[in-house]
Design a protein around this ligand. Structure first.
Ligand code: NAP
Length: 499
């Protein structure tokens, strides 16, 4: 299925009317409230209205979820299942998600404001695709036995770790959880997921579908609650074997402390970014470079770890590029995220909208030139911010160094290749980067010199399940997806046998 069958707003509103939103945690194969009964309202960025109440898990609830996952792990009903059978469960899970694609897309759109067309086409395509990819990989993994030893045999085998904790953000609520879960699960672990407070609905429903697909209850638990209480209790838990996280650099650093204060669990981090998008005058298709630069800061309303938030453009083409990008951004259809025609939705929360607008105001005060957009919110329901473009930005300015995580583009010009590389690398982050040039040697030179986990040449955000996704420096380490994404969810064991 490549297009949703619901093609207008009323069809999606009708689906919402007929959908029961999850209101409890998914533990041991059933929906459960927090022991103390605490809960918090979930409001939709669509219009700020309350759509559900979700439990606030305290330490005892986190303990229940981890204990349940540990018990199931030790029983071996998942961890010792032949890998092919685990893979078959994942494949059935992917099929079920395909069948429930509209419903899950609706939950994503409602919880964090993503335009429904993007939720359906992009978020769900990736979610289903990654699960399938790991499902198909399950029985194709091999262990090692090095040759050349007389009188003995060495086996290097991979084993599951136990209970994996995953803590994820709201900007791609499904994709970023699914970058982790199938890899951890196919390796034989059990998982406790804490999604962001803003976006628990899709994760809960998807975990429920995993049980329908044949995954034993307790293998995948989803707990809800705040980061500083629920997330911290999970990260500090002594029975978590490894912690995988996607979110802000600030919280990522805190998690390293939690690991040190508890059982020294490994912590895998996918963090923030301030990705440079470098345009040379010889870009093979300048119109495409310009269209993509606008996309790279406006897709998901700029709430992308890999957003091309630093447009590093050669001075000879700067005016042409800025004019084109501004024109694209002004033409975006802003609107109700549940309207399939909407291209640009609200930000995920009022607090985040206010933070972004504060950064725009600081940018204006810094002396940068505001070419389009405003430090005031547009007058419409939902937490919108008009796309913003600043020129006359120096790479040392806050606008170029601080991750804003909204539709705010800083244009920085350069004169030659060396300067472009210096600007690109002068950042605490090292996640995405792009180079637009027809010069093959230059493309190779820069892709080696740029200190980032991802380099795109004449494209942006290209990706596939078979290649890893991840960053360096304060953008984290230990990429997700592909066979490399699996490694962090296994422990290797060396066994020597004397013959
Ligand atoms: P965040 O504030 O760091 O939150 C991420 C997750 O951590 C949420 O589930 C949050 O729970 C939880 N959390 C917060 N404080 C915690 C604590 N003290 N202990 C344990 N867990 C805690 O990030 P966000 O605002 O959701 O997402 C935006 C950030 O994620 C940006 O910096 C973005 O660049 C980054 N990101 C990175 C990637 C990547 O792949 N590199 C991808 C997407 C996003 P609550 O929601 O309850 O606070």
């Amino acid at each position: 299925m490549s297009h949703p069958t619901r093609t207008d707003l009323s069809a999606w509103l009708d689906l919402w009317n007929h959908t029961d939103l999850p209101t409890a945690m998914w533990i041991d194969g059933e929906y459960r409230a927090a022991r103390g009964g605490a809960s918090a309202a979930l409001v939709t960025p669509r219009d700020g209205g309350e759509i559900a109440r979700l439990p606030l898990a305290a330490e005892a609830d986190v303990d229940d979820a981890v204990r349940g996952a540990r018990t199931v792990f030790e029983k071996g009903i998942w961890s010792k299942l032949p890998p092919r059978e685990r893979g078959e469960v994942l494949l059935r899970w992917a099929d079920l998600l395909e069948q429930h694609r509209d419903e899950i897309a609706l939950l994503v759109s409602l919880e964090m404001g993503k335009p429904i067309s993007d939720a359906w086409a992009i978020e769900l395509r990736t979610t289903i695709g990654v699960i399938r990819w790991y499902g198909e990989l399950a029985d194709k993994l091999m262990d090692e036995s090095p040759r050349g030893r007389e009188g003995s045999v060495a086996l290097v085998t991979r084993e599951p770790l136990g209970v994996v904790a995953a803590i994820t953000p709201w900007n791609f609520p499904m994709t970023l959880a699914i970058f982790k879960l199938p890899a951890a699960l196919v390796a034989g672990n059990t998982v406790v997921l804490k999604p962001a407070s803003q976006s628990p609905l899709s994760a809960l429903r998807v975990a429920e579908l995993a049980v329908q697909a044949g995954m034993p209850a307790g293998v995948l638990q989803v707990i809800t609650g705040s980061g500083p209480v629920t997330g911290a209790a999970l990260a500090l838990h002594q029975d978590i074997a490894t912690l995988t996280f996607t979110g802000s650099t600030e919280v990522g650093k805190q998690l390293l402390h939690y690991a040190g204060d508890s059982n020294a669990k490994p912590v895998w981090l996918e963090l923030g970014g301030k990705s440079p998008n470098i345009i040379f005058p010889d870009a093979p298709d300048m119109a495409e470079a310009i269209r993509t630069a606008a996309w790279a800061i406006s897709f998901n309303s700029g709430q992308m770890c890999t957003a091309g938030s630093r447009l590093v453009v050669h001075e000879d083409v700067r005016d042409q590029v800025v004019e084109g990008v501004v024109s694209h951004l002004r033409s975006l259809r802003m609107g109700d995220p549940l309207d399939p025609n909407t291209e640009f939705g609200p930000l995920a929360s009022s607090r985040h909208r206010d933070d972004v607008l504060r950064e725009v105001a600081k940018g204006i005060d810094s002396g940068a030139t505001l070419v389009t957009g405003s430090a005031d919110a547009p007058d419409r329901p939902g937490w919108f911010v008009d796309p913003v473009v600043f020129t006359n930005v120096d790479n040392s300015d806050r606008l170029a160094q601080h991750e804003i995580f909204g539709p705010v583009l800083s244009v920085i010009s350069f004169r030659d290749e060396d300067e472009a590389v210096r600007i690109a690398n002068d950042s605490d982050y090292g996640l995405g980067s792009a180079i637009w040039t027809a010069d093959l040697s230059r493309a190779h030179r820069l892709s080696r010199e740029i200190d980032a986990g991802l380099v795109w040449v004449n494209c942006f955000e290209e990706g596939d399940y078979s290649v890893p996704f991840g960053g360096r420096k304060l953008s984290g380490h230990g990429g997700d997806k592909s066979v490399h994404g699996l490694e962090k969810f296994t422990a290797f064991k060396t066994t020597w046998m004397k013959l």
